[in-house]
Design a binder for this molecule. Structure first.
Ligand code: NAI
Length: 334
């Protein structure tokens, strides 16, 4: 079994200044929890609306380069696709002047694919939450931790794993019920993250779209009823929660026998086809083909992604969904 760790030593971070670079989803949440844990946190940001948000939350905010200059550790919490540019324009030079620094990432992508090659004097660690930022905050309010994957790409101080664990504790992931840190690597995190983004999530969404099309266009089902059945009732979310808490197959006990029989026999029916898809997607990720594809897309100004958002976002399903969700929220039909 992979190594699971449940606590870290916060005292390792007590005398350090920690710069949270980026005050978005993860940055705002991690900065607040670190501060709540008594650590010395500053924020580094570009002069956009997030700068003001960090200031109004009571943080000292600096230009990114200045924040790194003042800090002993930095959490690089800007979107993955802009992180290399931010690192090379604002951070690298400062890091090369320091004999000790901890550079922390919340995802493995840029290090795994060699898009950022940090100064060798720095400890380079990863504390990657397996949770949306709002989920972290919600659990934190309830006194609960959450799972993270840890990685070390450079261990200049010889204590990088200890720092990663301390940061995991600092951001409220471990040292609390429900929290766990799994020893992993930047490469494994990037691979697993991309593989779920390329397989079961799009497969689920594609199944939902195909179901909607067939049920409403061929069999004349009501579009609203189909959308409620598919996901708008929240049952799907409940099922996912039951999987997390009780187990993938164990949760089936909450379903009728008709449903259990149907699900189990169809899992068997589809398994081989899906496995082939997963293998081919894994191959694209592992070989670096996807990273190259995405680099080209970024270079082109995300033309394909924006076009697909437009196409899918204006589908019949989305049009009905918008009206339905609004009507349910407001308790009336327009
Ligand atoms: P975000 O999209 O919320 O980041 C916004 C922040 O990035 C703002 O402070 C903004 O000023 C800054 N920013 C945006 N473009 C910039 C640019 N060109 N130059 C300088 N700063 C720029 O990012 P998010 O979602 O918090 O992701 C941060 C990291 O956390 C990523 O590595 C992501 O993979 C990881 N992560 C995110 C999760 C989430 O809940 N969204 C979950 C787990 C990991």
């Amino acid at each position: 079994m992979a190594e699971l760790l449940f606590d870290g030593d916060l005292s390792l971070l007590r005398d350090l200044t920690i710069a949270v670079i980026g005050y978005g989803n993860q940055g705002s949440v991690q900065a607040k929890i670190l501060r709540e844990n008594g650590l010395n946190v500053i924020v580094g940001n570009v002069r956009d609306e997030y700068w003001g948000k960090a200031e109004s939350d009571g943080f000292k905010v600096y230009e990114i380069r200045e924040a790194v200059r003042r800090a002993d550790a930095a959490l690089l919490l800007v979107p993955d696709e802009v992180a290399p540019e931010v690192y090379y324009s604002e951070i690298d030079e400062e890091l090369r002047r320091k004999s000790f620094f901890i550079l922390d990432f919340a995802s493995g992508y840029n290090i795994a694919y060699g898009l950022i090659k940090p100064a060798p004097s720095a400890d380079v660690v990863m504390v990657a939450p397996r949770m949306f930022a709002w989920g972290i905050l919600e659990r934190h309010r309830l006194g609960l931790g959450y799972p993270v994957l840890l990685g070390v790409a450079q261990n200049a101080s010889g204590r990088a794993w200890d720092y990663a664990l301390a940061l995991a504790k600092g951001i409220g992931a471990i040292g609390l019920p429900g929290g766990a840190a799994l020893k992993s690597s930047f490469e494994e995190e990037a691979f697993l993250d991309l593989l779920s983004e390329h397989t079961y999530i799009p497969l689920l969404i594609a199944s939902i779209m195909a179901y909607f099309e067939v049920a409403t266009k061929i069999y004349g089902a009501s579009p609203e009823a189909a959308i409620l059945e598919l996901y708008a009732s929240g049952e799907l979310a409940e099922q996912a929660r039951a999987m997390a808490e009780e187990g993938l197959i164990e949760q089936l006990k909450h379903h009728s026998r008709t449903s259990q029989y149907g699900q189990l026999t169809r899992i068997r029916r589809y398994y081989d086809v899906i496995r082939e898809i997963v293998e081919s997607e894994a191959d694209e990720i592992w070989s670096g083909e996807f990273a190259r594809e995405f680099a080209e897309e970024k270079y082109s100004g995300m033309i394909l992604m924006n076009r697909l958002k437009e196409i899918f976002g204006s589908s019949d399903l989305v049009k009905v969904e918008r009206k339905l969700l609004k009507a349910i929220k407001e308790g009336k039909l327009d």
